[in-house]
Ligand binder design. Structure first.
Ligand code: NAD
Length: 257
């Protein structure tokens, strides 16, 4: 099993116990990593602090990714406490609820801006902040979470599909920029999982049914299965993997019909 003893990581995207980012936090902490966890605003602080009680000596910090100042403060705190950073997990996405129902052609300029800013640009700004701390460790690993809606049309996924396409492209450009510093950047494309973010997508339950009927494994995936793949990509075991979208979706992406 991948060992994270002596490694430090930043996990951005825990809202509650169903968050994929929380499953990933547990997987890497269970293998020895010490973590910084962020929460988006006071509303989620209590959830994150309560969950983090099962971690050893975590650092808990506020971070709304639309605030450059909060992002900068996260890295100042990590620099003080950890002195460097080995990995970053980006598990953040948002679009206004009204953009996730009805025809995509109705997407508003503001809905488009918000979805792309929170869900795609945040990977760029968070990765940029991590670079000096990862360089101090001789390299690092950045991982983001995406969905097949970036490549194919899923009803109601709408502007989030466009944001995920931008996210995956950003991942590749970052991998190209940062490879010479031994910083790897990858994405996991996860199958649908019932979480807070997923509940914002109109008709999400019917997507689950389609995976059960058509994915090669004839089932959906759970957050722990995504976390196991994430632990691999965040670790030195994946030392030659960068710029990749890795599918943890029961094989659904392989199907034509
Ligand atoms: P989630 O709701 O638990 O996580 C989304 C997180 O984004 C939350 O922690 C929320 O606080 C955070 N967030 C939103 N706006 C933010 C902001 N302005 N600043 C800081 N944080 C902000 O849901 P999840 O399903 O675990 O989502 C995690 C990631 O996985 C997302 O990128 C999502 O698109 C992706 N994903 C989810 C599924 C799925 O079916 N659940 C499938 C594939 C990919």
């Amino acid at each position: 099993m991948t060992d994270f003893t002596g490694k430090h990581g930043l996990i951005v995207g825990v809202a509650n116990k169903r968050s994929i980012s929380w499953a990933i936090a547990r997987a890497v902490a269970g293998r020895g990593a010490r973590l910084a966890l962020t929460y988006q605003g006071e509303r989620l602080e209590e959830n994150v602090r309560e969950l983090a009680q099962e971690l050893t000596d975590p650092l808990i910090l506020p971070c709304d990714v639309t605030s450059d100042e909060q992002v900068a403060e996260v890295y100042r705190a990590i620099g003080r406490e950890f002195g460097g950073l080995d990995f970053l997990l980006h598990g953040v996405a948002f679009a206004p609820r009204e953009e996730l129902e009805g025809p995509f052609v109705q997407t508003t300029r503001e809905g488009f801006r918000i979805a792309l800013d929170v869900s795609a640009y945040s990977l760029v700004s968070l990765t940029r902040g991590a670079v000096p701390l990862m360089a101090a460790r001789g390299g690092g690993s950045v991982l983001t979470l995406t969905y097949l809606g970036s490549e194919r049309v899923f009803p109601n996924y709408n502007v989030m599909g466009v944001a995920k396409a931008a996210l995956e492209a950003a991942m590749r450009y970052l991998a190209s920029d940062l490879g010479p510093q031994n910083i790897r950047v990858n994405a996991i494309s996860a199958g649908p999982i019932k979480t807070l973010a997923a509940s914002g997508i109109s008709g999400f339950t019917s997507i689950l049914g389609i995976y059960r009927d058509h994915a090669p494994l004839r089932r959906t995936v759970d957050a722990e299965e995504v976390a196991a793949a994430a632990a691999f990509l965040l670790s030195g075991d994946a030392s030659a993997v960068t710029g990749d979208v890795f599918y943890v979706d029961g094989g659904f992406h392989a199907m034509g019909m």
